[in-house]
Design a protein. Structure first.
Length: 202
């Protein structure tokens, strides 16, 4: 299924199964998702200013593959977005996550849950939120199984710093169970004082 937004190109609209009108484009996006056959399929979102995929509820199940040509945001406020299939982002796409805390996925921070493959393709990570401390690892992409994440976010290598609300985090593409995208609190090292020792030479 192909979804075009109001300001997608005329060529994109001509081949689209669903075309948004600029008002509530989420309705067209979810209609495409629900129109997939029970065995699954692929939803492709063509670029445009209305091209944001975001969950309407605390949990959204999508059976099929998702190709993003725009923005993927698991929640308008922290939420879960569950894809029973592959997720593919590429250069120019945006993955937006809101991190207000670290306790619970879907309520304190956004999380994308994928049961297929994850391809980041040099997309841009847009991480925002009101989190006040970064002591607990935050899994923003929960990649099931043992398959590795393909690619990385633009400008962010393994261990690079992502700042949210002034709090530094290190990003890992091999975090969680070994293949999740995780933000890890970049805490200063702990310094332990050593008591003075006196040695008598005789």
């Amino acid at each position: 299924m192909i979804v075009a937004t109001r300001d997608s190109s005329e060529k994109s609209k001509a081949v689209a199964d669903f075309v948004g009108d600029g008002v509530g484009d989420q309705e067209e996006i979810y209609a495409a998702m629900q129109a997939l056959p029970p065995a699954g399929g692929t939803v492709t979102l063509n670029a445009g200013s209305g091209g944001q995929i975001t969950s309407n509820a605390s949990s959204t199940d999508v059976t099929g593959n998702l190709i993003v040509n725009g923005e993927l945001a698991p929640g308008a406020s922290p939420g879960l977005f569950i894809v029973a299939g592959n997720v593919t982002l590429s250069v120019g796409d945006i993955f937006s996550v809101e991190v207000n805390g670290s306790a619970t996925a879907g309520s304190d921070f956004d999380q994308l849950v994928v049961t297929g493959t994850v391809t980041l393709g040099n997309a841009t990570l847009n991480a925002i939120g009101t989190i006040a401390a970064g002591s607990v690892p935050i899994v923003v992409i929960n990649n099931d199984g043992v398959d590795a994440v393909n690619g990385r976010f633009n400008g962010l290598l393994e261990g690079d710093t992502v700042v949210i609300n002034g709090i530094p985090f290190k990003i890992s593409y091999i975090g969680g169970t070994g293949n999740d995208v995780v933000l890890i609190g970049n805490l200063p090292p702990t310094i332990t004082a050593i008591a003075n020792q006196t040695t008598t030479m005789g």
